[in-house]
Write a protein that binds this ligand. Structure first.
Ligand code: CA
Length: 236
């Protein structure tokens, strides 16, 4: 699935240049011309990464980055700053505001794409196509296959949502994920989908894993959400 990149840039020619290059590289670009518009878009769907211009009409890029970092729902979204300012002090201010990387205009779109890939690889393991293995479960994002590697290996059939859910949980094992976070990360939408939907798909995922005895790896953490663990509690 394509990673969505939110481009917040008021200069149409630069926004267009970035957008075209990202589409060409298989990303899903979404554009906003200022911070308020970007904030509105993010209320509905969270991007996987934000390319943020420093100098924007209205709220500045720096202030917007701080807002993003101060919000529980958005604080982990990677940000790359774009700026015409190259001074060292500005660079420090940008990184202080929570930017993950920094590009000075004029920049090459290829360079931007390379930086985006590097950051996504580092910060969002559920977005890359590396094969993941936990205990005897092996998930291959490229082929959409889940295999139980027991004495007699077995293919596990999952619906598309259960597959994305398992992929996210395997990429972020042992951590507790609230239902709202799962909606943002797996469904990409926490406004129009009810939290109860998460429970329904967790139930289906467990049912699919039950024949190979892996359903206990998906734990319910009371009052918090769900986690995938390598060491399931033994239920007696
Ligand atoms: Ca600008």
């Amino acid at each position: 699935m394509a990673s969505s990149i939110l481009i917040v840039e008021d200069e149409p020619s630069i926004a267009e240049l970035i957008s075209v290059n990202l589409s060409h590289e298989g990303f899903l670009p979404v554009r906003a011309f200022q911070a308020d518009q970007a904030a509105m878009l993010m209320k509905e769907v969270l991007p996987d990464l934000i390319v943020l211009d420093w100098m924007l009409p209205g709220k500045s890029g720096i202030q917007f980055a701080k807002d993003i970092r101060n919000n529980e729902r958005t604080k982990d979204i990677p940000i790359i700053f774009l700026t015409a300012r190259a001074e060292e002090m500005d660079k420090i201010a940008g990184l202080d505001a929570g930017a993950d990387d920094y590009l000075t205009k004029p920049f090459s779109p290829k360079e931007l794409v390379a930086r985006i890939r590097a950051i996504l690889r580092r910060k969002s393991p559920q977005l890359n196509d590396d094969v993941m293995e936990i205990n005897l479960l092996k998930l291959d994002p490229a082929t959409h296959r889940v295999i139980f590697q027991g004495d007699s290996p077995q293919k596990i059939d999952l619906g598309p949502t259960e597959f994305r859910l398992l992929r996210f949980l395997m990429a972020n094992p042992e951590r507790v994920h609230a239902r709202g976070q799962l909606l943002d990360k797996v469904w990409g939408d926490h406004v129009f989908v009810e939290e109860r939907t998460v429970d329904v798909h967790i139930k289906r995922l467990r049912a699919a894993l039950a024949p190979v005895g892996c359903e206990t790896m998906i734990e319910t953490v009371r009052g918090s959400g769900y986690r995938l663990t390598r060491n399931p509690a033994i239920i007696s």
